[in-house]
Design a protein around this ligand. Structure first.
Ligand code: ADP
Ligand code: MG
Ligand code: MG
Length: 249
């Protein structure tokens, strides 16, 4: 589903990704863990096409098409969703407006008819209920005044509404208390655990993986994937630390 080959990317002329290769099959939840500064966020931004993150060589194929050749909005319309470590606040725009615009822009790009206000609200209610987010929160301005946990829950509702085929979730667990962590974990399972979907789950800690059991775990260090294993690899990292696990690879 997603095949990253020998990806090199730089920020401001500084090489961050140094030949990263990673393949994620349909139906797979692949956790990527790694020390601070390893390039995890850079990988997610490069996949999303964020300006300033320049891919200098390598390839990314998404369902057989060249992802790097697409504009960010085309990537989204093709089914790619990016979740962020720090979700943005958008004063003056309600969640409902924002999500309806986003969804209808993607539908338009795919040549589909827009959802009516009524149909959109029905969908939003269903996804909010699934993720335990109060409908009142959806009427408020995007993330403004939301707690860390509420932002993450909101992000899961966004993901539920946009219904991507592939999600890149960058430290979506950071700063969450145990209850919010469970909600996020259950949200990922409910929305993305599907034989036709895939997830690249970037996390710094093992604990999210108690809720979302990954099929595979890879370690990203110094701009490359240096090791891949099963869920037990995450447990070992938690117990022994990156240095010890990588030294014994
Ligand atoms: P991670 O998410 O694994 O913690 P990042 O991808 O955020 O790592 O960062 C990788 C490296 O890129 C770090 O050394 C970081 O300092 C550097 N970096 C990140 N953003 C910028 C930037 N805007 N300008 C220059 N260097 C950056
Ligand atoms: Mg970091
Ligand atoms: Mg990061």
């Amino acid at each position: 589903m997603l095949e990253i080959k020998n990806l090199h990317a730089e920020i401001d002329g500084k090489q961050i990704l140094k030949g990263l290769s990673l393949t994620i099959e349909a139906g797979e939840i692949h956790a990527v863990m790694g020390p601070n500064g390893a390039g995890k966020s850079t990988l997610s931004y490069a996949l999303g096409g964020r300006p300033g993150y320049e891919v200098t060589s390598g390839s990314v194929s998404f369902n057989g098409t060249d992802l790097l050749d697409m504009e960010p909005h085309e990537r989204a319309a093709a089914g790619l969703f990016l979740g962020f470590q720090y979700p943005v606040e958008i004063p003056g725009v309600s969640n409902v407006q924002f999500l309806r615009e986003a969804l209808n822009a993607q539908r338009k790009e795919r040549g589909e008819d827009p959802l009516s206000g009524g149909d959109f609200l029905k969908l939003a209610k269903e996804k909010a209920a699934l993720l335990g987010l109060d409908m009142e929160m959806l009427k408020r301005n995007v993330n403004v005044g939301f707690s860390g946990g509420e932002k993450k829950r909101n992000e899961m509702v966004q993901m539920g509404i946009l219904d991507p085929t592939f999600a890149v979730l960058d430290e979506t667990d950071s700063g969450l208390d145990i209850d919010a962590l469970r909600v996020v974990g259950e949200g990922i399972n409910a929305i993305m655990r599907d034989e036709n979907k895939g997830v690249l789950l970037i996390t710094h800690y093992q604990r999210l993986l108690d809720y979302v059991r990954p099929d595979k775990v890879s370690i990203l260090a110094d701009g490359r994937i240096v090791q891949t294993g099963g869920p037990d690899l995450a447990k070992r990292l938690e117990a022994e630390g990156y240095d010890a696990v990588m030294a014994n690879a």
